[in-house]
Every structure is written in C-alpha cells, then in structure tokens.
Design a binder for this molecule. Structure first.
Ligand code: ADP
Ligand code: MG
Length: 238
C-alpha cells in the first residue's frame, strides 16, 4: 500500500490555479524529493499533504485513508521548515518537549525520548540553550529533533537546508539521509536544488508550473528524461 497518494490534487488561490491536477504515489519508507524552480508549487503541495493548506479538488490519502477532512494535527506527520520555526523564548529542551507535553506524554517518557534524540542528532550539549545562541546548523538539528521526538509516520521537509552555507548543507544532507536509513519512515523532501534531489532521493517528482513533469528514480530521470524541461533541469543532455 502506498504511504501517500495524491489523486488529481488541485489548488486555486482566488481564480488562479497553482496546482493543476497532480497524481502521485509515494511508497511506504520511500525518500521522495519534490524538485522544481521557485514558484512551481512545491510548498503549496507539501502544505496540502500536511493539512496546513486546504485542497480545492482531488484526494489525498495517507496510509490508505483519505485525509481531506482530517486536521493537520491528526495526520501523523511532522514538518521541518527552512526557517526552523523554533520557539525563541524556549530552551532547546523545551522546544523538543513542547509538542509531547501537549499530547499528554508522561514526563519520564519525554525525558528519555529527548535524551535519545538529542544524542542521535548531537545536540545533547545544547539542551539548555535558547535558539538565538545556536548556529544555523544547530538550529536545524533542533528543528529536525522536534519532528523526530513526535515519532511521526511521515516526515515532510520544506527546503530545510536553504539557509545554511554550502559546506554545512552537504553535511546536513548526509545527516538527513542517515536519519532516513535509521528510522525507515516515509519522507518527502522539497528542494529547488537538483544536486540535493539527485543525491538524496529514492524517487524524484519534478514539478513545473503546478504540474508533475516526471516521477521516477534519479537515474531514470537522468537517463530517460520525459521532456526537455526535465532534461535541462536535471542536467543531462537529451
Ligand atoms: P514553491 O514552493 O515551489 O516556490 P509555492 O508553493 O510557494 O512555490 O507557490 C506556488 C504558487 O502559488 C506561486 O505562484 C505563489 O505565488 C502562489 N501562492 C502560494 N501561496 C499563496 C497564497 N497564500 N495566496 C496566493 N498565492 C499563493
Ligand atoms: Mg517553497
């Protein structure tokens, strides 16, 4: 069974249709990258999957269940943003525990989870600091940690590394890939960076102007681009 299925998903803002009928199935445990130029609809699509944005038409299913009317908090997903979206007045530990306290997780269990996740992401020495006292890479690790402690079925990443410098970005790519290997969850990762897409993805969805141009494994796209746009974007001659 596909982990996430989109069936003729559409979105309009006013009279402008920005997502123009997308069909896509992400298999369980797959690392799927949505790639495409700025403004093509990547974030909108991800926000519709997460439930932060309503859909105008079509169907979204998660684990076989149609979630069109399921609230974001009940979809079993966690989202990581480019801007980190950490709570500035809280320590790292509080940022990590906040979501768990909200759903009534026992204190002891919260402490154990935070310890394990902090160790895994190497942020254990930072637990008592506030976000302003962290580097960009450390902040993004905390944002990822906050998603991991909630043990979501699916992780959604929206350009999580775009604010980081090039060298750090390469390191963090490896960390997120490692996280996927360890946890085995379904992950959808949005980027406008072709290299990121080619190196991280099990499957790549190439988007352009609200349409899906091609969906396949990196090498399939590279060797057999569906059209000139995919060929140019992925960087191989056709
Ligand atoms: P991407 O993430 O690929 O850069 P977005 O999903 O952010 O693209 O945007 C896709 C299109 O939808 C753009 O043309 C953008 O201007 C438009 N758009 C996104 N959000 C809104 C909104 N809340 N209201 C109106 N237009 C929007
Ligand atoms: Mg975006």
């Amino acid at each position: 069974m596909a982990s996430i299925e989109l069936r003729d998903v559409r979105k309009s803002f006013g009279t402008t249709e920005v997502i123009k009928g997308i069909d896509l199935a992400v298999a369980h445990g797959e690392f799927c990258v949505f790639v495409g130029p700025s403004g093509c609809g990547k974030s909108t699509l991800l926000r519709m999957i997460s439930g932060l944005e309503g859909i105008t038409a079509g169907e979204i299913a998660i684990g076989g269940e149609v979630v069109n009317r399921v609230a974001a908090a009940d979809r079993g997903l966690a989202m990581v943003f480019q801007s980190y979206a950490l709570y500035p007045h809280m320590t790292v530990r509080q940022n990590l525990s906040f979501g768990l306290e909200n759903i009534g997780t026992p204190r002891r269990e919260i402490a154990e989870k935070i310890e394990a996740v902090a160790k895994m992401l190497q942020i254990d020495p930072l637990l008592d600091r506030r976000p302003k006292d962290l580097s960009g890479g450390q902040r993004q690790r905390v944002a990822i940690g906050r998603a991991v402690v909630r043990e979501p079925k699916v992780f959604l990443f929206d350009e999580p590394l775009s604010n980081l410098d090039a060298e750090l970005r390469v390191g963090m790519r490896g960390e997120i890939a490692g996280l996927h290997r360890r946890l085995g969850n379904t992950m959808i990762y949005v980027t406008h960076d072709q290299v990121e897409a080619m190196t991280m993805a099990d499957k790549i969805a190439v988007l352009r102007l609200g349409r899906l141009e091609q969906f396949g494994r990196p090498l399939e796209l590279y060797n057999h681009p569906a059209n000139l746009f995919v060929a140019g974007f992925i960087g191989s001659p056709k």
